[in-house]
Design a protein around this ligand. Sequence first.
Ligand SMILES: CCCCC/C=C\CCCC/C=C/C(=O)SCCNC(=O)CCNC(=O)[C@H](O)C(C)(C)COP(=O)(O)OP(=O)(O)OC[C@H]1O[C@@H](n2cnc3c(N)ncnc32)[C@H](O)[C@@H]1OP(=O)(O)O
Length: 303
Amino acid sequence: MALASGVRFAPRALLRPWALLRGTTLGRTEPAAGGGGDGARRFGSQRVLVEPDAASGVAVMKLRNPPVNALSLELLTELVISLEKLENDKTFRGIILTSDCPRVFCAGLDLTEICGRNPAHCAEYWKAMQELWLRMYLSSLVLVAAINGACPAGGCIIALSCDCRVLADNPKYRIGLNETLLGIIAPFWLKDTYVNTIGHRASEQALQLGSLFPPAEALQVGLVDQVVPEDQVQSTALSEMARWLAVPDHARQLTKNMMRKATADRLLRQRDADTQNFVSFVCRDSIQKSLQAYLEKLRQRKG
Ligand SMILES: CCCCC/C=C\CCCC/C=C/C(=O)SCCNC(=O)CCNC(=O)[C@H](O)C(C)(C)COP(=O)(O)OP(=O)(O)OC[C@H]1O[C@@H](n2cnc3c(N)ncnc32)[C@H](O)[C@@H]1OP(=O)(O)O
């Protein structure tokens, strides 16, 4: 991921993503509805829709893994590939990340990827999660999250990896790291990301309590940068993007790297150990039982 300055951000570490794309249509380009020229062509994959606007250098990336944009292995992989594609295209300077699923930005880890699965699968899954976080956290592009739905746990991580967050003002759209309520623990790099965003004391409280913040509280604690009426999320995200793009790329990119590199390096140094911790933790019988019970509760809640 070379910067204009020649500085490199995250090393290509996972990089078997193509192999993970089982039956997807990534790379297909099609005209956007009503679109005409190059700037209106969209591309993407089954689960990630990319609407590029070459004129502004901004692409809107929409998560579309219904019903709740759970981070399946396929979605993680397709996100990494779409991000890489935009980063390698000099036309683009920024991405607005949003959801194509009503009322949910992202429900976090796809619990079916870690419930009743073997350790090898859990390891593969966790490496894909690490990879997406590293790529997003250190992206040379400006990433703005237009959070148009609920944003718990892994969804919050995705949002926190962006440079700026705009949340729709709907009390149902809560955001935070609620892992402890599921009986699981946010690993150190998610904790670090939280601390970097809202500070140590607020993180200590919110992580232990598994707090999910409604919009006004999320704004107050600094988890999001703006809370706006639902129909203004996209336009506000675009205005935020313009503010960030007004800064010369090289200066902004090097500053971002300076602010975030130590946090990312900490994971890079311990990536294998972190994977092993994750696998041995989630594969415990007791954790499997509580994840299973949580999933069951979610499924029953529906009816
Ligand atoms: C030291 C050792 C370190 C070890 C590290 C261990 C762990 C690492 C943790 C890593 C950090 C990240 C963790 C996570 O992300 S865990 C996932 C947490 N997510 C949640 O708690 C959200 C759960 N979902 C909801 O609260 C709601 O679904 C909602 C997002 C608010 C949307 O509500 P609604 O629109 O009413 O939809 P439904 O609840 O009816 O759900 C529709 C169907 O989707 C299924 N679903 C929902 N969430 C998930 C999910 N995360 N994974 C898989 N499936 C999910 C739900 O069961 C429904 O399914 P159905 O249609 O079959 O009934």
